[in-house]
Design a protein around this ligand. Sequence first.
Ligand code: NDP
Ligand code: 8X3
Length: 263
Amino acid sequence: MRSRLANKWVIITGASSGFGAATARAFGAEGAKLLLGARRLDRLEKVSSECHEAGSPEALFHALDVSQTASVESFVKWGRSHTDCVDVLINNAGGAHGLDTVAEGKDEDWEAMLQTNVLGVLRMTRAVLPLMINNPGGSILNIGSYAGRVAYEGGAAYCGAKAAELQITRALRLELCGSGLRVGGIDPGLAETEFSVVRFKGDTARAKKVYEGANPLKAEDIAEAIVWAASRPPHVCIDEMLIKATDQAGMHKVYRRPVPAPK
Ligand code: NDP
Ligand code: 8X3
């Protein structure tokens, strides 16, 4: 059967790595047309060519910094030059900065987390909605986190930001009821992407430790769920999905296999 997503226009924020890049490739494989945004253009160029190889008829990219209203507006203006009808918006750009307690927290980390995970989602949605509003069956999918549902030490600002994102998703669903647009939240748990490298400011050894001995989610696992949610029939809305690694029974309970000592 021809994919429901073939030739549909899909916007993905944070498409330069991790979930966003995997999601772009997965939509590409369904024959969707892509408008990809992030700050690292060299990465976007590579993802775009992988999407073409996967089967996307159009995999276009443009600089996007969701923490800046002007950048969001210029990204959407560029998108509008390619289409006036967007079918799917994936608000994925975001992440964590630092793992400090509130007592030790840094303003710049808090601000970065709130700017991307919270205000970025609001700004992108406000800017893209005019391109979706006459398009019943379209989907807005926000990538939240298990951390938006369960707090942990050192995660106050990140958990708070993702909890805010969950409530934004819920409020938007109420606001758009009757428009035919679907609004969903996908909340992943422990997943090995560049997330921890960013959180620990490039300390790859510390980032690796986060996943040591466990079998975390992969970016492709989340991409598959996002594509599935967006490809349901128009009367079906996947409201909320919490997706965890089998090894993550709870925020503070992750099964870890013994790791062989280095020789
Ligand atoms: P990555 O670090 O691999 O990807 C993050 C993406 O967000 C990159 O493409 C990055 O692009 C983009 N991004 C960050 N800041 C901005 C910005 N200001 N403007 C535009 N793009 C930005 O991590 P993940 O793929 O894991 O993260 C994707 C989403 O999933 C995030 O919202 C994260 O919070 C969430 N998440 C991650 C989990 C995990 O364990 N990995 C679990 C649950 C949720 P660039 O730097 O090029 O701008
Ligand atoms: C990322 C998952 O548990 O590391 O959102 O905060 S967690």
